[in-house]
Design a protein around this ligand. Sequence first.
Ligand SMILES: Cc1ncc(COP(=O)(O)O)c(C=O)c1O
Length: 469
Amino acid sequence: MKRYEQFADQIAELIRSGMLAPGDRVPSVRHASRTYGVSPSTVFQAYYLLEDRGLIQARARSGYFVRTLAGQPLAEAEVGCAPPPTSEVDVSELVFSVLGSLKDPHTVPFGSAFPSPQLFPLARLARSMNQALRDLPAHAVIADMTAGNPDLRRQIALRYMVAGVRLPLEELVITNGAMEALNLCLQTVTQPGDLVAIEAPAFYATLQVLERLKLKAVEIPVHPRSGIDLGMLAERLDKLPIKACWFMSSLQNPIGASLNDAKKAELYALLKRHQVPLIEDDVYAELYYGTQPPKPVKSLDDEGLVMHCGSFSKSLAPGYRVGWVAGGRYAEQIARLKLMTTISPSVPAQAAIADYLQHGGYDRHLRKLRIALETQQAAMLASAARHFPSETRVTRPAGGYFLWFEFPERVDSLQLFQLALAQGISLAPGPIFSATRAFQHCARLNHGHPWTSQNEQAMQVLGRILASF
Ligand SMILES: Cc1ncc(COP(=O)(O)O)c(C=O)c1O
């Protein structure tokens, strides 16, 4: 990463953390150059970049200022809920009815779970697919089904190493996306009727997996800034025979929260004390903004208690269905269960991704992707400030492509969903993220698509519908 990009990220972090508020003057070029020990041209380049990203704006003869939103910036979301100690899960019908609405390509995809395919290097991946298939030894077409593509395994292990996680290659199981990895992990460590700690709100597929495996949910609230409530988790672990935890420690879906390093250590110590395994869903790991990748709880795992699940679906190749789990002490059982169910993800898809990781410029692509997502986040926040009721609250995640909105209590988000859909706009209503159908007045909106006038108009329409409640 170039010096000006690093410096731009330092300033962006000050803006994200609120140290520099909308309307504040950013340090003058001379001042920044002296204070941070960078050349004036580095500061200029950094400020041009931040201007492109929509974070700052120039004012004639006055310098650069943190961009002010038209309208009052919305207050930060607080997400509160008091879930019962345990819950049966029965959300599938509701989730399917919402997901069904996303199929129409003409719908504005604020409800989608994916970023825009335009942001992925699909043509370059296709070249990798061609090359990899030409190079694939005949025996590998069969052999790679059991163990996974050896180059892909090495590339994934290498990325763990660079991120400061030592990972024996034997721990890695390549799967059909993270979804299979998560399912296999849960099946490995639970029996029907067991209790599993999950987040509230949680990724809706987590709820569906629990429902399918006849497991009961112990919902633990997540706060947008500080992440999962560790006090409540400790209490529940003391009182209830919880068999596993399924958490996202970074860039949680749907609210984008991340635990800081100290809290990750606290979480790991707690689980270790109770000997409860953690299924760590980390599919958004690569989509952090700025220069500091979040460290997974897996990086602390000296007992093999963490099953760390990752995927290329959100960062490189949606639809290729290639994910993995670093399965800790459970890796062998997970691998066997996989052989008994789907055997293997597609060998050509694995080979294509392996080739891309070696030759395609993955890190360059990721840097561009992160900047696009951050820019689009700023655009959606600004648009929400212009069009949504002023009492609306919103999260400001440090990565990913989701914003979580808390509307005034009078808003019924399931009704909002129906009304918006009739206008050709999808969104993900709050209750699909909860075993108890909480979060009635909340919704998750996707900003993973380049911002267009159509998006702006859709936000305006949503604003009008919201005002009608
Ligand atoms: C939190 C979370 N975990 C897992 C998945 C599934 O990932 P994959 O497409 O690799 O199966 C998703 C996809 O939406 C997700 O949002």
